[in-house]
Design a binder for this molecule. Structure first.
Ligand code: GDP
Ligand code: GDP
Length: 437
């Protein structure tokens, strides 16, 4: 699902993170213990009136101390303009308009993005005179809130969801497979993209249109049509900020959201790192197809079993994505990039695969026969039947007698039984259990 992205920008101390926490507070408790990156608290799922969106606090991207403030705010605003569907520009109602506010307003006006001007720290009810001076920023009527007191937040969110694009997915036709190349800085993501786009059998297509299209690359590889998500962010590294991990995280997460399949690039000379785990966790949680590409394979001195040892290490450290195929590549020499495309084809097939209800229930019946479902206090788990209710990723709805009896280990067992017959290589599988009397 392609959720709208809302970015909070503004100079330091205007109340960005206070507002962020107010909006996402209840979600954070839920997402705290997943392996995704959400706990960094600069990025979270949020919801208002059943509309789900991704909220980003660019203030969470505070740079190391010695960096110059204006430059870093400029970076935040640029990232917001690139990534967001709606930008919340926060100003401080107690301090009034500052020159930095004017600079930010200029950038935002030029961007053509949906911008809401939010005047924070209006702590007493009723419209305050303080907000009028902000009309000079040329971004329409300021919306008065108090992030700290929780005043005006509901009205603000009403306004936010009004500005969501109607059908985000329509930007893309479905024949293109959307690929996000993800991974830490310096693992070779841009080298890989450049290598692929430089290949003879690749034809890059220009798609005239929206600003968002300009950051993606449409191309064909043989018969197949693809989009590289956020190629611009990867290919043009405009400053050292691009190499700062925090910034690359935002880029990565929005790219994952918009993709069908993620290629997680790992540096062979470094192995699997903590950040790789987080990024993989995020792709997994969001139901994306996943391929692991071990890059810089040309730098590794190889003996007979080298790749098997690597594979073992990856399977250990990334055990929750054991379904993801692994390919050893070199973005520098182009080695096995063709194999990567074979895998993309397979995985694209699998994320869209449907199994018929009849076959699914044969598999379930056999699974129950082979391993009896667990019981608790004399009550045994009963599985009545299941049906596939979705693709991208494949999702199964299973009717059972009592939800508490469905333990994770039995769910994992069912998943393995389904994979035994259908593989589903490269795609997560999701389950929903419903009680039926
Ligand atoms: P950020 O740097 O933009 O993320 O700002 P913070 O959220 O860290 O807030 C900066 C300061 O402003 C903190 O001391 C907050 O307690 C305070 N603050 C935030 N929102 C409000 C508000 O609505 N009213 C008042 N009076 N103070 C606020
Ligand atoms: P990114 O930050 O993930 O986009 O990484 P880059 O594509 O900028 O690559 C980082 C560095 O690794 C550059 O110096 C590349 O030349 C180098 N590099 C990338 N891929 C390979 C590879 O397959 N083999 C070797 N030897 N070097 C590579």
């Amino acid at each position: 699902m392609d959720r709208p992205v809302v970015c909070i920008v503004g100079r330091p101390n205007v109340g960005k993170s206070t507002l962020f926490n107010k909006i996402v507070r209840k979600r954070i408790a839920i997402t705290e213990d997943n392996p995704g990156v959400t706990r960094d608290r600069i990025y979270s799922e949020a919801e208002w009136l059943n509309k789900y969106f991704t909220l980003i606090d660019t203030g969470g991207l505070e740079p190391e101390a010695e960096e110059i403030i204006p430059t870093h705010i400029r970076q935040q605003v640029e990232i917001a303009i690139e990534s967001a569907d709606v930008i919340l520009f926060i100003v401080d109602g107690m301090e009034g308009v500052t020159s930095t506010d004017r600079d930010i307003a200029n950038m935002l006006r030029k961007s053509g993005k949906e911008v809401l001007l939010v005047c924070n720290k209006i702590d007493t009810k009723g419209v305050s005179d303080q907000i009028y001076e902000f009309y000079e920023l040329g971004l329409g009527s300021p919306i008065a809130i108090s992030a700290e007191q929780g005043l005006g937040i509901g009205d603000l969110l009403d306004e936010v969801i009004k500005h969501f694009p109607e059908h985000k997915d329509i930007e893309y036709d479905d024949e293109h497979v959307k690929i996000a190349i993800i991974g830490k800085p310096n693992v070779g993501k841009s080298s890989l993209i450049n290598n692929i786009l430089g290949e003879d059998r690749v034809i890059v297509t220009d798609i005239p249109g929206t600003t968002r299209d300009a950051i993606d690359t449409y191309f064909t590889y043989g018969e197949d049509k693809y989009i590289f998500i956020d190629t611009a962010g990867l290919r043009r590294k405009r400053s050292i900020f691009e190499k700062v991990e925090r910034y690359s995280v935002i880029r990565t997460l929005t790219a994952v959201d918009r993709s069908d399949i993620c290629v997680l690039v790992i540096d062979a000379t470094e192995g699997v790192s903590e950040q790789d785990t987080k990024i993989a966790g995020y792709a997994h949680d969001n139901g994306k197809g996943l391929i692991i590409a071990v890059n810089k394979w040309d730098l590794i001195e190889k003996e007979t079993n080298t790749h098997l040892e690597f594979e073992k290490d990856i399977r250990n450290k990334l055990s929750f994505i054991s379904y993801a195929p692994i390919v050893f590549i070199s973005a520098k020499t182009g080695k096995r990039v063709d194999r990567l495309f074979q895998l993309l084809k397979v995985v694209n097939n699998n994320i869209n695969l449907r199994i018929s209800t009849g076959v699914l229930n044969d598999i379930i019946s056999e699974a129950i026969l082979l391993s009896q479902p667990p019981s608790d206090k004399g009550v045994r788990l009963k599985i009545y039947y299941g049906t596939q209710v979705g693709v991208r990723p494949p999702k199964f709805l299973i009717f059972i007698n009592k939800k508490e009896l469905m333990h994770f280990s039995y769910q994992r067992y069912l998943e393995n039984q389904i994979r035994k017959y259908f593989g589903f290589d490269g795609t997560p599988i999701q389950f929903e259990f419903k009680e039926k009397g």
